[in-house]
Design a protein around this ligand. Structure first.
Ligand SMILES: *Cc1c(COP(=O)(O)O)cnc(C)c1O
Length: 449
């Protein structure tokens, strides 16, 4: 019964040579023959597995595209959000990426001490450098900052209580909330103070024999303004010292005072270190300019507890990430800027000059407009910067947006007030030519319709 149902559609499956012909037509420059054969074979397999499936362009593209361009694709970020989590956060320094790959592409002494031939921790490469650069007792790094925070609370606060101000009950983004992190870490959350005011006495009153940890978070994705009071890190550290309790600071964005960076309303890593928390946590891929990581600096005793916790095994960082962050830290110590810092430092006049140039080449429908850009990234979403945008007020902005997104390289604009906007704040100057070329393609396409 099954057979008879399937027989007809099966016989409809074209020969591989026929499929290759159809696939070839999809591409302006046909892929190598071997790849086309693989694609054709996979199309035939799909049709065999799902006999009701229609053999159309959509199916061919669906199968061909990931084979032709595996993985995330390069994107020109014209959204005006500099640190965009959907667009991979901080752009990387290609030179450092290259060096990191060279070091670890083969075998590497990731977890081996070459001196004595014994096993060692994989975070020691970063820790060695961090001790030198920041004069901290020790350091470690894990997969991301949310993981670092969870690990810190599990290792230091697990089985006991962790005290947090009600003004700092953060949601990190993607629905990852502090109370849920506490539950995973098996630490009881004790909230003190109120949303707008928390005093040292509030923390003091919450202390009891079950208190295991004091947590402070940098409320980087919102601000509480007006009638407010909060306890600074130095005071909290003093309180922790006097009660023999570890103090964990979740900083988030991780801006270092050692690199040139435009003035932002954001505290430096170094200022927080000076306050002496047991652990200071920040992301590797926000203002630090590296890859996704949770970087943890602090006291040797606290870092050791993190290293020994079973969760460390789940959160450990891979060799490529470790190598890159070591280079990033070295570059930071040498005062070398990174691509993100360069973008953030661009002055509106230079953006305007570029926008004028582009507008002149694009013709009517394109205006140069003063715009706002945001630091963004669940890090500094409120931090605004003056920027300049190209505004397209011609027909079919939606179609144009789709056309731009699907180009190579892809360009991601935004739509507002019935117009399409290309904000130049996060566009590298060397990408202007790609924007121009893609928009010319659009014009050509429309004229040929
Ligand atoms: C961004 C942020 C995090 C999360 O960092 P990830 O590296 O994305 O996990 C945690 N805490 C604060 C305060 C943040 O700003």
């Amino acid at each position: 019964m099954k057979d008879t149902q399937a027989r007809d559609p099966r016989s409809r499956i074209p020969a591989v040579s026929k499929l290759i012909e159809q696939l070839t037509e999809l591409f302006p420059e046909p892929p190598p023959h071997g790849l086309l054969t693989q694609m054709a074979r996979l199309v035939a397999e799909r049709l065999r597995a799902e006999p009701t499936l229609a053999l159309d362009r959509q199916l061919l593209v669906e199968i061909a595209k990931p084979l032709l361009q595996p993985g995330p694709r390069p994107v020109i970020n014209a959204t005006g959000i500099l640190l965009h989590t959907n667009l991979g956060r901080a752009p990387l320094d290609a030179e450092l990426v290259h060096r990191a790959i060279e070091q670890v592409k083969g075998y590497t002494d990731l977890e081996l001490d070459l001196e004595d031939g014994k096993r060692d921790h994989r975070d020691r490469h970063f820790a060695e450098l961090a001790r030198l650069v920041w004069q901290v007792e020790d350091a470690t790094l894990v997969n991301n900052a949310a993981g670092a925070l969870t690990l810190a609370l599990a290792a230091l606060g697990g089985g006991g209580e962790t005290v947090v101000s009600r003004g700092e009950m953060i949601e990190i983004g993607g629905g990852f909330r502090l109370p849920e992190i506490m539950a995973i870490a098996n630490s009881r959350l004790v909230e003190v103070g109120t949303t707008n005011k928390t005093r040292l006495a509030d923390y003091e009153q919450a202390l009891n024999p079950h208190t295991a940890c004091l947590l402070k978070t940098h409320t980087s994705n919102y601000r509480i303004e007006g009638f407010t009071a909060s306890v600074g890190l130095p005071e909290l550290v003093a309180l922790g010292r006097s009660h023999n309790l570890p103090v964990v600071m979740d900083l988030g964005s991780g801006l270092s005072a050692m690199i040139p960076f435009p003035k932002v309303d954001e505290p430096f890593i170094e200022d927080h270190l000076a306050a002496g928390p047991d652990l200071l946590i920040f992301s590797g891929d926000k203002l630090f300019g590296g890859v996704q990581a949770g970087i943890v600096l602090g006291k040797a005793s606290a870092i050791t507890r993190l290293r020994k916790h079973p969760m460390m095994r789940m959160l450990r960082m891979d060799k490529l990430g470790i190598a890159l962050l070591c280079h990033q830290l070295r570059a930071t110590a040498l005062g070398r800027s990174h691509p993100f810092a360069a973008l953030a430092g661009a002055v509106p006049d230079s953006l305007r000059a570029r926008a004028n140039q582009l507008a002149a080449e694009l013709g009517p429908h394109w205006q140069v407009v003063d715009e706002i850009a945001y630091m963004g990234g669940g890090s500094l979403p409120q931090e605004r910067r003056e920027s300049v945008a190209l505004r397209y007020s011609g027909a079919n902005p939606q179609d144009l947006a789709q056309f731009l997104r699907n180009g190579d390289p892809s360009i991601v604009p935004y739509l507002r007030d019935g117009a399409l906007w290309l904000n130049l704040a996060a566009v590298f100057p060397f990408d202007d030519v790609h924007i121009r070329d893609r928009l010319h393609q659009w014009t050509d396409k429309r004229q040929s319709l």
